[in-house]
Structures are given as structure tokens and as C-alpha cells.
Design a protein. Structure first.
Length: 187
């Protein structure tokens, strides 16, 4: 599930819906990524995913974006407007109506790229490690061009990207700093 998202619709109330169904074959996701990547990069963000799916008589175009420090709703709205303008100017989605959904990645997104690991600093992560893919769980201390440093059971350990499988952020409920815990105990 995405942390932030915005939907925009072409056809229906926002424009004339076409009765010709979906207007031909679905657009190629790679071509759409090539078209939209520069728009997203120009706004200081990364295009993390493009997916086209059927949604009744419409197409659903899902775009996932991210940036260092995260992506807020205002940024998502701005990117959505820019992407929509580019798609319509190039008629990239064909003649049929479509729904554009722009969102940030949720915690269920696998950590596979150095930028994903860098953005996960401070988070608890489960990751398969080594050729045996043994599952390790630890807090990401940092990531650089060479790999990731974790704190696992109080010990700092570094792994190269080639040693790591796709990491998964672990949802933590009620994580408290020691100072917060002392304040609660002392009232």
C-alpha cells in the first residue's frame, strides 16, 4: 500500500469518454517510463515504477515516485499534473479514458537499489544474506556505493550489495527511545 497517493482521471467528468473501449492495445510500460522519467527527475525525484492495468472500460496507470526525505502530498499533486500534461500532449495512453494514480512507495516495497537502502536509514529491515539466503534482521545504519551497514543484535555489520537479497522494512509499533521510556516510567 502506498503512503501517499493522488488520482487524476481523463474521460468521464474531466473530459469526453470515448465509447471505443480502451482504444487499442495497452501502452508499453517501458516506453511510458522513458517518457515520464525525465519529468520526474526534473522535479528532483526518482521514478520507481510504472504499471498499466485494465480497470473496467478505463486503463489504470500507476506511477510510483520517491525522493530523499520522502514525497509529500503537495509534491505528488505537482508530479501528477506534470505527468498528466506530458501524457496528454503525447497521447501516450491512446484514445480511451484512463485514470492516473501517482503515489510514493509503501513499506512493502522491496529494497533493491542503493537509493532504497540509503532512504531506509534508521529503519528495521529483514533481508536474506549470502548464498544461503539466511534471513537477518537489523537496523540500517547507513548505505553507500559499496553496500549497507546494519546493527544486528547490537553489533555493526556491513554487507556488499551482491550479498543482499531484497530487503523488507519491518513495521514497528510503539518504538520508543530510552529517554521516552524513562519519562513514561517516572511520570
Amino acid at each position: 500500500m502506498s503512503e501517499n497517493s493522488r488520482r487524476a482521471t481523463r474521460g468521464g467528468q474531466d473530459g469526453p469518454a470515448r465509447s471505443s473501449g480502451m482504444g487499442g492495445p495497452p501502452p508499453d510500460q517501458q516506453q511510458l517510463a522513458s517518457l515520464l522519467g525525465p519529468v520526474v527527475r526534473a522535479m528532483g525525484m526518482d521514478l520507481e515504477g510504472v504499471k498499466v492495468a485494465a480497470a473496467g472500460r478505463r486503463r489504470l496507470l500507476r506511477i510510483v515516485i520517491d525522493a530523499d526525505g520522502g514525497v509529500g502530498l503537495d509534491a505528488i499533486a505537482e508530479v501528477s499534473r506534470e505527468i498528466s500534461a506530458r501524457l496528454d500532449a503525447r497521447d501516450a495512453m491512446g484514445d480511451g479514458p484512463y485514470t492516473l494514480e501517482v503515489s510514493s512507495p509503501g513499506v512493502d516495497r522491496p529494497l533493491t537499489e542503493p537509493r532504497h537502502w540509503r532512504r531506509a536509514a534508521g529503519r528495521l529491515v529483514a533481508v536474506p544474506v549470502g548464498t544461503a539466503h539466511l534471513r537477518q534482521e537489523g537496523r540500517v545504519i547507513g548505505a553507500d556505493d559499496n553496500g549497507v551497514t546494519f546493527e544486528i543484535d547490537g553489533v555493526r555489520r556491513s554487507f556488499g550489495y551482491g550479498e543482499l537479497g531484497p530487503g523488507r522494512i519491518q513495521v514497528e509499533f510503539g518504538r520508543l527511545d530510552e529517554a521516552d521510556a524513562e519519562d513514561r516510567d517516572g511520570y
